[in-house]
Design a protein around this ligand. Sequence first.
Ligand SMILES: Cc1cc2nc3c(=O)[nH]c(=O)nc-3n(C[C@H](O)[C@H](O)[C@H](O)COP(=O)(O)O)c2cc1C
Length: 338
Amino acid sequence: MGARLAPMTDRGNNLDRRLSVAPMMDRTDRHCRYFLRQLAPRTLLYTEMIPAGAILHGDRERFLGFDPAERPVALQVGGSDPEELARCAALGEAWGYDEINLNLGCPSERVSRGGFGARLMLEPALVAECMASMLEATALPVTIKTRIGVDDRDDYDHFAGFVHRIAEVGIGVFVVHARKALLSGLSPKENREIPPLHYEFVHRLKRERPDLTVVVNGGFTAADAALEQIGPVDGVMLGRAAYDNPFLLAEIETTLHGAALPDRAAAIEVYADYVDARLVEGVPLWRMTRHVLGLYRDMPGARAWRRTIAEGARRPGASGTLLRQALRLVESPERIAA
Ligand SMILES: Cc1cc2nc3c(=O)[nH]c(=O)nc-3n(C[C@H](O)[C@H](O)[C@H](O)COP(=O)(O)O)c2cc1C
């Protein structure tokens, strides 16, 4: 099988992976991505994890539809059936995604019972089969997002052995959430906070396998700390911080590319037009406006911004104009002077 696959480094290197936004269920939906794109034109964005069953048997437009302006976007899939995952990869390519990523990080009980997510780190042979099957089904980069271990399988050798096994089938890009997952006893939220971060596992992997593209994830909340990772590894992925403080992405991207910082108000003007267009299609306003609440974090007017939008979004007849009004509140000259 190996001979028929592209050499691993041929896939995925066309995407700038230095900065990416993590897949986050109930967060990084298409609206969120459209908004983030206004602040960070080049950052690689990931979808929420979409279970293979939903892609194959559900409403395709609902699960896969997105605006080309969001690109580059990676589709993250959850599953453990090689044949199903291959079909998802082919569909992802047909729908215009830039990468297909398999979730090996989610420790939730529901996902574990479904036989996928983080627990798959205990089954490298099956994961290798899944990845090979996806590689054959698409010309896109096929990547994987893992933890550094699961339960008591948490030593470096186990982690590196897992990665080597997956790399053997031609996978060249590894996104690593640098803490292990505990499959029982912790909620998904606790599993993102309690197990300690071990960036050194991820750095060592890159040193030992410079042929692989390695992206580190977990716990980055400041631009400096995130930027410091680019060097020891190939890229850094931000999850919660990118959502709670989206302008951080703009700050990091600006440093990476030497471009001027984008304007918050201009980003909101574009997003307000987008929101109005989606409202006509029946998308509830609050589903879209919730993504912008953190835009003025730590700035004068941040509270007024959040409150105006959170309270106004469920009022009958509210529209993108709510965002334009909130903007006037925070961007007014008196406010800026304050
Ligand atoms: C609300 C929420 C939902 C998440 N959903 C997913 C998911 O669908 N797929 C996935 O691989 N990781 C998911 N994660 C984990 C993140 O991708 C990321 O690995 C984790 O939050 C650590 O990065 P951070 O410290 O930068 O947030 C989720 C995290 C949060 C907070």
